[in-house]
Design a protein around this ligand. Structure first.
Ligand SMILES: O=P(O)(O)OC[C@H]1O[C@H](O[C@H]2O[C@H](CO)[C@@H](O)[C@H](O)[C@H]2O)[C@H](O)[C@@H](O)[C@@H]1O
Ligand SMILES: O=c1ccn([C@@H]2O[C@H](COP(=O)(O)OP(=O)(O)O)[C@@H](O)[C@H]2O)c(=O)[nH]1
Length: 461
């Protein structure tokens, strides 16, 4: 507990992905942690994003305002086994309810544990006794246990940015206990939604012989006690709204708006990931064009999809599939004056994205599964209060738990998504304003600062 008048300890954030200064942070974790650290200051430790002959040959140090960065390189083998292997070919598909895509290899698990040990070795040397350590995401589940083995007694929290699937799926992971029970070495485990928390409790209580203790703490079979709670991540709502307003006078946004020539814009912004439901989204948009010729030439879908995790075969496959689909749909419906889908494999800074969101009549966010989905929240916060657009949102994004006034859809149901799209395009202004106001209220009350404070308060309190 932090005593009144006592300076809180330094915040040490640990994540695989680090958003270095002046780098576009494509990915919600990096966007969110950069904003959170900018406010409070602290140390950010993680992977540099680069490869070297050996992992952690040297530490790269950089300070930018209140943030000190310390990053390490990874060897090719460690990157392939840890990041492209166990993290993104085993845990990611499993946690996103895609056991069919899980490729479990023992060598990948070994690489995952090896890199976590490297993180623990290097981080342990940098820590001070009062530091509050906040570890992020599925890449680093065993980190606290490894830090404890190295004598670290600090408060350590963990936040899972992905969904946590039902226990029945978790137990399909070979050696699941060895991995998941290490969560008990954290003092606090944070999840986005009540569903994720239920999955965690169910796993500990019913699959591995843990118990619930008074005060809501969980006891693992090895006797360690830890707490778990729901902390839905958010955005810097006021800042996003401000950037969106200002973006409207930027040349790039003005020219983009002109290029629409009065057509309604539907926008999608996603890393190119199979979990984002992009193929199903294109399918639904094509269905709208098929059944509603009156909309031809009057609507444009801008899909921004920066390539992601290109070293993982499933990501190369989905990229090829989407190129094929976009080409096919455009070939079928385009006219000399109009192309229905503008498909862009490039990433954009928030300053431009916010303007694009504001220009768009519909934000189309239809992941098959998503931990939270910050794009949904950014879209809402970027709207013009007098003439806001409509959010069409998958029920399977964490954001759907809070943004209940969006048009909620099952992304696998082509007709349901197509219906929602047409309803959004035709929605009267009064209804758009009422829905937007209610969602914006949620985002104003629960912004990124509130998220960070709630988690750190629970961790240190
Ligand atoms: O680091 P990458 O492999 O390039 O991937 C980017 C990030 O993707 C995932 O983001 C998640 O975090 C968001 C913020 O909490 C959440 O809104 C979203 O639903 C998640 O998918 C991943 O969990 C991060 O570790 C990656 O950095
Ligand atoms: O060209 C892009 C595409 C995405 N993003 C950001 O990347 C994040 C994506 O986070 P989200 O939670 O939606 O999904 P994730 O990629 O983390 O799974 C959001 O803050 C986007 O604004 C960005 O800055 N530029």
């Amino acid at each position: 507990m932090t005593r009144p008048g006592k300076k809180p300890g330094r915040l040490v954030v640990v994540s695989n992905r680090v958003a270095m200064p002046r780098q576009t942070a494509t990915g919600g974790l990096a966007s969110a942690m950069r904003a959170a650290l900018q406010e409070r200051g602290g140390l950010w430790f993680g992977w540099s994003g680069k490869l070297a002959a050996q992992s952690a040959e040297e530490l790269h140090r950089l300070s930018d305002g209140p943030i000190d960065y310390v990053t390490i390189d990874l060897s090719r083998a460690d990157h392939d086994d840890f990041y492209a292997g166990f993290a993104n070919r085993t845990l990611w598909p499993l946690f996103h309810y895609r056991p069919d895509l899980v490729d479990y290899q023992r060598s990948h698990l070994e690489g995952y544990l090896r890199v976590n040990a490297v993180f623990a070795d290097e981080l342990a040397k940098l820590l001070e006794p009062d530091d509050i350590i906040w570890v992020h995401d599925y890449h680093l589940i065993p980190l606290a246990a490894m830090l404890r083995e190295r004598g670290v007694r600090n408060r350590i929290g963990f936040f899972l940015h992905t969904p946590l699937p039902a226990a029945a799926l978790l137990i399909a992971l070979p050696k699941h206990r060895e991995l998941l029970e290490t969560l008990a070495s954290y003092d606090l485990v944070g999840l986005h939604t009540a569903r994720d928390l239920r999955a965690l409790e169910d796993y500990f209580l019913h699959e591995v012989g843990g118990a619930m203790r008074p005060g809501g703490r969980l006891r693992a079979a090895n006797g360690r006690l830890f707490r778990a709670g729901v902390f839905p991540i958010s955005i810097d709502t006021a800042e996003v709204a401000d950037v969106a307003r200002k973006a409207m006078s930027e040349d790039a946004v003005r020219e983009f708006k002109q290029s629409l020539d009065g057509r309604d814009l539907i926008i999608g912004v996603d890393r190119l990931d199979y979990s984002k439901g992009l193929a199903q989204r294109f399918e639904a948009f094509a269905h709208v064009l098929e059944r509603s010729p009156a909309l031809h030439s009057h609507v444009t879908l801008l899909q921004i999809a920066p390539p992601s995790r290109g070293a993982v075969p499933e990501y190369r496959l989905i990229r090829r599939e989407l190129e094929r689909m976009a080409g096919h749909i455009n070939g079928k419906f385009a006219t000399p004056e109009w192309v229905p889908i503008r498909y862009v494999n490039q990433s954009f800074p928030h300053s431009l994205l916010a303007g694009y969101y504001r220009v768009a009549r519909v934000g189309l966010v239809t992941p098959l599964r998503d931990g939270m989905n910050l794009v949904a929240k950014e879209y809402v916060a970027s709207q013009d209060p007098k003439n806001p657009g409509v959010l069409v949102l998958s029920r399977f994004a964490g954001a759907a738990q809070e943004l209940t006034e969006a048009l909620l859809v099952n992304p696998a149901d082509t007709v349901e998504v197509a219906d929602a799209l047409e309803r959004a395009l035709a929605m009267p202004q009064r209804e758009r304003i009422a829905r937007w106001r209610s969602m914006m209220d949620v985002l104003q009350r629960h912004d990124l600062t509130a998220w960070r404070n709630a988690f750190l308060h629970a961790l240190t309190g």
